[in-house]
Design a protein around this ligand. Structure first.
Ligand SMILES: [Zn+2]
Length: 304
């Protein structure tokens, strides 16, 4: 695989992205990240909840008697992706480029380090953030928390783990090709044309499933989160999270060609995967934070 891409994939990715797509199609949207964060918030241990409360109250914008929710900080990472003090330094932390047909992650080619000003990839960053969350303080710890809440969400979006067509951003649609009917809104009201496959997964399909994100959380609590898959999940390695998301994209046949019609059959086939991935992200984010704040031993060392 190392010879497949003669250039830095991330560099090509970044260049094409800025040229064509702008900045709004690169993560679960606000709804998806809020759903993930809220599921996690409900599952924090006392230690983790207290630590997080302290970190968030250290923010000068928070009042002494209230704590911002994890949902409220869950999309900050997208804001600083282009507009922070060093724009682009966190760019590659939102995804990992695994070629579509591969079933395993190859760190040598898929998490490049040759352009450190753009970051490497979401897998490495989530590993580093464990240490930053436990072993830093003040603004650095707050920043790490905001990143962790966001990136655990991102790594579960299947198109953040697929290289081809810039993670689906290169496959565009016009509104007339969206022919599924959502639960609370028609497809044309859930989307702003022109649209692309990645953005469909970030936002459009979630809104079509349930327009109100807190209600989406309630639906998951009564539905997917009661399943054996949810109850028995014990994966805590970002590599496994990325590979699962990537392979689920294959298993659920989420890929379509440009110009195809996204019909009710597509909607019915893929929306269970969206519920699954948002659910996994939420319970895994809770375990990630609970583990980080279960000890104050520095540096952080993974559990054996
Ligand atoms: Zn993101």
């Amino acid at each position: 695989m190392s010879n497949r891409f003669p250039f830095s994939k991330s560099w090509i990715f970044l260049t094409v992205v800025f040229t064509i797509f702008g900045s709004d199609a690169w993560a679960w949207g606000e709804e998806g990240h809020s759903i993930v964060a809220e599921i996690a918030q409900r599952r924090l241990t006392q230690n983790a909840a207290q630590a997080i409360t302290q970190i968030l109250r250290a923010n000068p914008n928070s009042t002494p008697y209230s704590t911002p929710s994890l949902a409220s900080i869950s999309t900050w990472a997208d804001e600083v992706r282009y507009n922070g003090p060093k724009p682009n330094e966190t760019y590659n932390w939102h995804f990992v480029d695994i070629p579509r047909q591969d079933t395993h992650y190859d760190p040598a080619t898929e998490c490049p380090k040759e352009k450190p000003e753009q970051g490497d990839c979401v897998i490495n960053e989530l590993s580093r953030l464990r240490n930053e969350l436990r072993c830093t303080a003040g603004d650095q710890q707050l920043r790490a928390l905001k990143f962790a809440v966001h990136f655990v969400g991102d790594i579960h979006q299947p198109f953040h783990t697929v290289w081809e067509n810039i993670g689906g951003n290169g496959i565009t649609f016009t509104t007339d090709k969206l022919q599924f009917k959502g639960k609370t809104c028609s497809a044309d009201k859930c989307s702003t044309p022109p649209d692309n496959l990645h953005k469909m997964w970030d936002t459009t399909l979630i809104r079509a499933m349930e327009y109100n994100w807190p209600t989406f959380v309630d639906d998951l609590e009564a539905g997917w989160l009661t399943t054996d898959a949810a109850k028995n999940d014990n994966k805590d390695d970002p590599v496994a999270w990325a590979e699962d998301a990537h392979n689920a994209a294959i298993a659920f046949n989420v890929w379509v060609d440009a110009g195809a019609t996204l019909d009710q059959a597509y909607y019915d086939r893929v929306t269970p995967l969206i519920s699954q991935q948002l659910g996994f992200a939420g319970i895994r984010l809770a375990r990630y934070l609970n583990d980080v704040f279960s000890s104050s031993q520095c540096p952080y060392t993974p559990r054996q």
